[in-house]
Design a protein around this ligand. Structure first.
Ligand code: FAD
Ligand code: FES
Length: 257
């Protein structure tokens, strides 16, 4: 059982949750994520860690359905699973970005996934800016309108984008056109987050990868967005999932389940 320190509304339907979790707080790296269960029968909720405060982790989440509604009303947390996924390549391979200017371009709660990356880059004195598209949870985050993305992207060497699938595909297309390095976080594909459901299977440069275990961050120019979108649609129904299991066989979950 994990103690909740605070769980407050910060804007519209977005909450900030601080939980005492010393092991996670001292081990989780920027880009890795966790899975929260409010009680033993709850659904698993994948979440980024927005920040660390001593022995506590801070999560910023929007209330969008049943699980996040339950989280909003939680009095304690049953389990926190993590760290999951892989560290962001911007902090893992930070030496590649020493003389570069990095743009962290987010929509919605995407800010939660890039905040610790930005803080680490600041510690390493690597130039970086966070921009949020059309709407921002925090007043001190710069905003950009969708129509002006191209002009903004032009000013940077490398772009990490986190948001809806359609938003990230648009950012990748603009960046490719401008010959910029672009990376994406494929968290929107994920369901269970631990490599067992098969939901986040995606083709990267023609190779099968799983966003939860091989990502969440990938080279945006290598992602097959069209096949991922088709697969996401099929995955929504029982019949679609049966069809995928039939045609993908053992690779449906990478042979894990
Ligand atoms: C690695 C990872 C990190 C995440 N970090 C955060 C975070 O820091 N803050 C935050 O608010 N949310 C985050 N999410 C999304 C969060 O897990 C979902 O919003 C949540 O599971 C929704 O559950 P629900 O039952 O409340 O709503 P549901 O009824 O399951 O979904 C409600 C809405 O949320 C959307 N949604 C569901 N799953 C995802 C997903 N994987 N990614 C994006 N949208 C989704 C659905 O399309 C739907 O519109 C993250 C997801 C992943 C995989
Ligand atoms: S989220 Fe289920 S396999 Fe990756």
């Amino acid at each position: 059982m994990y103690k909740i320190i605070s769980n407050n509304l910060i804007k519209d339907n977005v909450y900030m949750l601080e939980v005492e979790a010393p092991l996670l707080a001292h081990s989780i790296k920027p880009g890795e994520f966790i899975i929260i269960m409010v009680d033993s029968m709850s659904e698993r909720i994948p979440m980024a860690v927005y920040d660390i405060n001593g022995d506590n982790i801070i999560i910023v989440y929007s209330v969008s359905g049943a699980s996040t509604h339950e989280l909003k009303n939680a009095t304690s947390i049953h389990s926190l699973l993590g760290p999951l996924g892989n560290e962001s390549s911007y902090t893992f391979n930070s030496e590649l970005y020493i003389d570069k200017k990095v743009l962290l371009l987010v929509s919605g709660t995407g800010i939660a996934q890039v905040n610790r990356i930005s803080k680490r880059l600041n510690e390493l004195e690597i130039k970086n800016d966070i921009y949020s598209v059309d709407y921002s949870i925090f007043d001190d985050i710069k905003m950009i309108e969708k129509d002006n993305l191209r002009d903004l992207i032009k000013e940077y060497d490398s772009i990490l984008t986190v948001g809806s699938f359609e938003f990230m595909e648009n950012v990748v297309n603009i960046s490719k056109d401008l010959n910029k390095e672009v990376r994406v976080s494929l968290s929107p594909l994920m369901l269970d987050g631990i490599g067992l459901c098969g939901a986040c299977r995606v083709l990267i440069n023609g190779e099968i990868k799983f966003a939860c275990t091989d990502g969440p961050e990938f080279d945006g120019t290598k992602v097959d967005f069209d096949s991922a979108k088709k697969r996401m649609e099929l995955f929504k129904t029982e019949e679609g999932r049966r069809y995928l299991r039939e045609v993908e066989g053992n690779t449906f979950t990478g042979g894990r389940a």
